[in-house]
Ligand binder design. Structure first.
Ligand code: 3PG
Length: 220
């Protein structure tokens, strides 16, 4: 991935998924750390960053990355309500990831002009998201909900849906997911180990990002 390629303007969910083989799932508690981490990931070739709304500092961290690291494309994760979606849009997030799907979160993202990757784990949830026009979905929690075998099974009835499996995905099993025709990218927290963040080991994070970029990038 060319971290300098233009991604200005409105993104589609597919563009978010195709930028690199892995979307890092990030938990942040400090804005300085946020900026340094974003720079480390971009240096390793990964710029689509999912900052989860799991800490009181998450929105400030999104704002700091937007302001200080223009090469990064920051999205918000763990978005569970329309209010969350509105707040992350105000903070400058460019895409939204949610652990499940509700019509109101879908509507809030459409209103904000933000692409949404909603989490699904059942056929009914896929159908609800499809009813609202969404065909790029996050499979969550991927390993716990059936892993690659589940995605193979969904390839029949939901052959028009493309997935980003997240949850229990790691450097060890990412390639198995990416080999599936209905998987565009995977998500995971393994690029940002908590101890590397605590110690400020940015070189380790850049190395993990480089390694992730060597996984197959799916453009189809
Ligand atoms: C999460 O919700 O934390 C993400 O799915 C990441 O899961 P992981 O830590 O298993 O990669």
């Amino acid at each position: 991935m060319d971290v300098n390629a233009d991604v200005g303007g409105k993104l589609t969910a597919l563009q978010v998924m195709q930028d690199s083989p892995v979307i890092p799932v990030i938990v942040l508690t400090d804005v300085t750390q946020a900026v340094l981490l974003a720079r480390a990931l971009v240096a390793g070739g990964i710029r689509m960053l999912e900052v989860t709304l799991r800490t009181p500092q998450a929105l400030a961290c999104i704002e700091a990355i937007v302001r200080e690291v223009p090469e990064a494309v920051v999205g918000a994760g763990t978005v569970r309500s329309a209010a969350d979606a509105q707040a992350c849009a105000m903070a400058g997030a460019r895409f939204v990831v949610s652990p499940g799907y509700t019509h109101s979160v879908g509507q809030a993202c459409r209103d904000a002009g933000l692409p949404l990757l909603p989490g699904v784990a059942t056929g009914s949830e896929i159908m609800a998201a499809q009813e609202d026009g969404l065909t790029e979905l996050k499979f969550f929690p991927a390993m716990q909900a059936g892993g690659p075998a589940m995605l193979k099974a969904w390839g029949g009835p939901f052959g028009d849906v493309r997935f980003c499996p997240t949850g229990g995905v790691s450097a060890t099993n990412a390639a198995e997911f990416l080999a599936l025709p209905n998987v565009v990218c995977v998500g995971g927290s393994w690029l940002t180990p908590a101890e590397a963040l605590e110690r400020g080991n940015w070189a380790q994070i850049t190395a993990l990002a480089h390694q992730a970029c060597r996984l197959p990038r799916k453009l189809a």
